[in-house]
Design a protein around this ligand. Structure first.
Ligand code: NDP
Length: 452
């Protein structure tokens, strides 16, 4: 029988890779993990965590504005210190990098620093060193995609946004997805003049249509110049910053141009094709229900196989792999009713089906929706409104879609996602006592369906 250096060799120290390595080691496996950059991957270094910290920073601008309505008199106009925020963020991220290293070490995982490549189905090379393992897990994540337009070298991606120097007075964001909307909102809050270009008729393809329209309206009210059905054709450096020429000929000037036009799996220069790992759409690694690739000893989780590119999904996928290799092999991840949030101002929180998708899947549905000014804004002076929507399958009364645009929507929808996974019906929602006065109580007090 062949003997290997390790039971599992993980390539990539992001959310999925670190989780799999730790959990496998805790089950007694001999595990190594290779990472060429900072531990924690996109989420910790240039994604979820720093993005949410900057979203909090932007939120203070709203709080200062609201405070006067509640009787607070500020001694002077607040001034934003970008350099301080960047330094604070860098300190916290460095702490998290260290925490990830400690987690791996304490669970007995051997950390290998450097770029890993597959040499054969059981061998990895890292800077000339060779390691063999019974199984390999590729968890190399994804990277921003920037379309080929003239002058694209002048654009930045989300990876660069956290350390911009200087702070951009004028920011142009290309794209209408999660990342584009979040950065447009955040930099608008921090004081930049933000223009956002989306090539199609609405922001946030894939979200419920009412949510998409409501968010675009709220972002517009907050100051983001959202332009729909617009494409950037080229970028050039002008006398006063960057000049972006649109497909229809108009020009927009900006200090920074962010392309947030999707992400692609990191599958290059890993030696995947050479060992026979089949790639699917957009170069993602094709896997089965256990996340096993076309090469039986090689697995893949997270954004590199892009079923749903979210950190908690990568973590859950990692747990399935660990169970398949070192446990009972019964664990599966159910991709239905995965809740998600977009940390725009206001937030979006959503779980389950959009109205359109629910009609296509379940046939007849009943829709409940509500739009209101939250209690907070009765005195704050801000005109922000909140939107909530429930989509109910008529035949079973099950709530199959729950959508919200409003403060703390991510926090609120997480709890409702539990109920939805448990199959809660509208009758159960109706029989649940609200918490007063909150915005969330509206989800259990919507009685009148929308006509149609
Ligand atoms: P998305 O796929 O969400 O959005 C891409 C956007 O770019 C869309 O608006 C798309 O337009 C547009 N686009 C694509 N190609 C082009 C092009 N060639 N020219 C102009 N516009 C283009 O990608 P993101 O990069 O925003 O995010 C990637 C993933 O990361 C998300 O799907 C999400 O799963 C995850 N993520 C999650 C977050 C969270 O949980 N809060 C935060 C950030 C990211 P169109 O709509 O017309 O296709």
């Amino acid at each position: 029988m062949a003997t290997f250096d390790f039971d599992l060799f993980v390539i990539g120290g992001g959310s999925g890779g670190v989780r799999a390595a730790r959990m496998a080691a805790q089950r007694g496996a001999r595990v190594a993990l290779a990472e060429a950059g900072a531990l924690g991957g996109t989420c910790v270094n240039v994604g979820c965590i720093p993005k949410k910290l900057y979203s909090y920073a932007a939120g203070y601008a709203e709080s200062f504005e609201e405070a006067a309505g509640y009787g607070w008199r500020l001694p002077q106009a607040p001034r934003f210190d970008w350099a301080h925020l960047k330094a604070q963020r860098a300190r916290e991220i460095a702490r998290l990098n260290g925490a990830y290293a400690a987690l791996l070490k304490n669970s007995g995982v051997q950390l290998v620093t450097g770029w890993a490549q597959l040499a054969d189905p059981h061998t990895v090379t890292v800077d000339g060193r060779r390691y063999t393992a019974k199984n390999l897990l590729v968890a190399t994540g994804g990277t921003p995609f920037v379309p080929e337009i003239p002058g694209r070298e002048h654009a930045v991606t989300s990876d660069d946004m956290f350390d911009l120097d200087p702070f951009p007075k004028r920011l142009l964001v290309v794209g209408g997805g999660y990342i584009a909307c979040e950065f447009a909102s955040i930099f608008n809050g921090l004081g930049a003049r933000v223009t956002q270009l989306q090539r199609s008729a609405h922001l946030l393809t894939g979200f419920d249509d009412d949510v998409r329209q409501f968010l675009a309206h709220e972002m517009g009210k907050a100051g983001v110049d959202v332009r729909l059905n617009v494409e950037a054709a080229s970028i050039a450096r002008g006398a006063d910053g960057l000049v972006v020429t649109l497909a229809r000929g108009q020009q927009v000037e900006a200090d920074t141009v962010l392309f947030a036009t999707g992400r692609v799996p990191n599958t290059r220069e890993l030696g995947l094709e050479a060992v026979g790992v089949a790639l699917g759409e957009h170069g993602a690694i094709a896997v089965d229900a256990d996340y096993r690739s076309s090469v039986p000893s090689i697995y893949a989780v997270g954004d590199v196989c892009t079923r749903v590119p979210l950190t908690p999904v990568a973590l859950a996928e990692a747990m399935v792999v660990v169970d398949a290799l070192f446990g009972e092999g019964r664990r599966r991840l159910d991709y239905e009713y995965i809740p998600t949030a977009v940390f725009t101002h206001p937030n979006i929180g959503t779980c389950g089906y959009t109205e359109t998708d629910a009609r296509a899947k379940f046939g007849e549905v009943t829709v409940f929706s509500s739009e209101f000014k939250s209690l907070r804004h009765t005195l704050s002076g801000r005109s922000e409104r909140t939107f909530m929507k429930l989509v109910v399958e008529k035949a079973t009364d099950r709530v199959v879609g729950l959508h919200m645009v409003g403060a703390e929507a991510g926090e609120i929808v997480q709890g409702f996602a539990v109920a939805m996974r448990a199959g809660a019906t509208k009758a159960i929602f109706d029989g649940t006592v609200g918490i007063h006065p909150t915005a969330a109580e509206e989800f259990v007090t919507m009685r009148e369906p929308m006509p149609g």
